[in-house]
Design a protein around this ligand. Structure first.
Ligand SMILES: Nc1ncnc2c1ncn2[C@@H]1O[C@H](COP(=O)(O)OP(=O)(O)OP(=O)(O)O)[C@@H](O)[C@H]1O
Length: 396
């Protein structure tokens, strides 16, 4: 393909009216799918079992041959390329890692680079580099066999293998489907970290909508025969599912899931009166005022939150260092709104204090701020929905 495997940067993939009918079947498994997967983005295909996600994905590297339609990668028609060469230029990682059991970890990871003719030394270096990248110490793991690894470690090797020849495109078919939820979360975080550096074009298949929300720049929700029900950003799909089927797939708690996509730094923070611990309690009492629910924040000499206090509590002590109650918890500007909501719900006064990179006070969030954010997100996407553009060839 145009950019070649060595440059490694993501390239655009385009599917144009792609269909697949398996031999002997009356109905097609995939019917006329048209979609563009932008260069450098992670696009997640989600949909119920049997909707044709795997079939769609495998046609991209021609593990399955399309019955009709065109697929281009970086503008090149994949049907015009040699399938073996094509597959070496596309990383592929599957559930249960799909490692060769009789090959060591190092041999598995180095397989494609060896096949495409890298020297032994270069392959060995690359294997170690890749194992490092996915958090496996090369000296400890490169000579093991897959059965000597945990499920999560095998998945890591699977990802290392897929990345080894630095392909511009990565196809991942439920790569984290077979591990426990905690390991899955860790592997998802690692993939996001890797992708932030690598900028591959990733097509990712999953059943798990939450995984799609977390990993996807865009999500394609597929129905029967891979019909595209909605293809949009996670935010837009959560705010405004295209129809009842998508809404059902999004599941309960769409608004809560949306909160995981927003960071505290993106919203307008509120403010409360602040004083330093050695300020006059009486003066601070007056500044907080007697409005119902009014509270103030006592800061230390480095502006870090120390204590919450009401006017009455401030008036009852000789030093603000003992006023009210300690600040138990704070959120950072990088926290998600879901974290902020958690902090608000567990705080006695329903307020979360937000701190900057040095732990200094920068503002507060309360339930009204969170609700207003959700409301404006919904309105924003409702406006978009008025003029929604559906992928060509699909009636969403
Ligand atoms: N080799 C095959 N021969 C005949 N039919 C097949 C073949 N492979 C898949 N199918 C059928 O094609 C349809 C789509 O299968 P596919 O595996 O692409 O779906 P999927 O969405 O990936 O499902 P899952 O989430 O369960 O993996 C299914 O109805 C399946 O039975």
């Amino acid at each position: 393909m145009a950019s070649g495997p060595s440059s490694g940067h993501g390239v655009e993939i385009h599917l144009d009216e792609v269909s697949k009918r398996y031999p002997g079947q009356r109905e097609s498994a995939v019917e006329s799918v048209t979609m563009t997967i932008p260069a450098g983005e992670t696009v997640v295909l989600v949909g119920p079992s049997g909707s044709g996600k795997t079939t769609t994905m495998r046609m991209i590297n021609r593990l399955i041959e399309p019955t009709s339609g065109t697929i281009t990668i970086a503008g090149q028609d994949v049907l015009g390329l040699d399938p073996d060469k094509l597959r070496r230029e596309i990383g592929y990682s599957i559930q249960q890692a799909g490692l060769f059991p009789h090959m060591t970890v190092g041999e598995n990871v180095g397989m494609v680079p060896s096949l495409v003719g890298w020297t032994k030394t270069r392959v060995a270096e690359r294997v170690d580099e890749m194992l490092d990248l996915v958090g496996l110490e090369p000296g400890q793991y490169r000579s093991r066999y897959p059965r000597q690894l945990s499920g999560g470690q095998q998945q890591r090797v699977g990802v290392a293998r897929a990345l080894a020849a630095n392909p511009p495109v990565l196809l991942m078919d439920e790569p984290f489907g077979a591990v426990d939820p905690i390991t899955r979360g860790v592997l998802q975080d690692e993939l996001m970290r890797l992708q932030a550096d690598l900028g591959k074009t990733i097509v990712f298949v999953t059943h798990d909508f939450d995984e799609a929300v977390k990993l996807g720049d865009r999500i394609a929700v597929l129905g029967d025969r891979s019909r595209i029900l909605q293809y949009d950003t996670p935010d837009a799909i959560l705010a405004n599912p295209a129809d009842d089927t998508v809404a059902g797939f999004v599941g309960a708690g769409a608004a809560l899931k949306q909160l995981t996509l927003r960071r505290v730094r993106e919203i307008e923070l509120g403010a409360v009166p602040t004083a330093s611990a050695d300020d006059s309690p009486a003066a601070f009492r007056d500044r907080i005022g007697s409005r119902r629910g009014a509270i103030g924040l006592v800061l230390d000499h480095r502006q870090r939150p120390l204590r919450w206090t009401t006017a009455r509590e401030a008036g009852a002590v000789s030093s603000l260092a003992r006023a009210g109650r300690p600040v138990e918890d704070s959120v950072s500007q990088a926290s998600t709104l879901q974290d902020a909501l958690e902090a608000i719900l567990t705080d006695d006064d329903g307020v979360a204090v937000v701190t900057g990179s040095r732990g200094e006070y920068v503002g507060v969030v309360d339930i009204d701020t969170v609700m207003n954010t959700i409301k404006s997100l919904r309105e924003e996407h409702a406006d978009e929905a008025g003029g929604r553009v559906t992928p060509a060839g699909n009636s969403a």
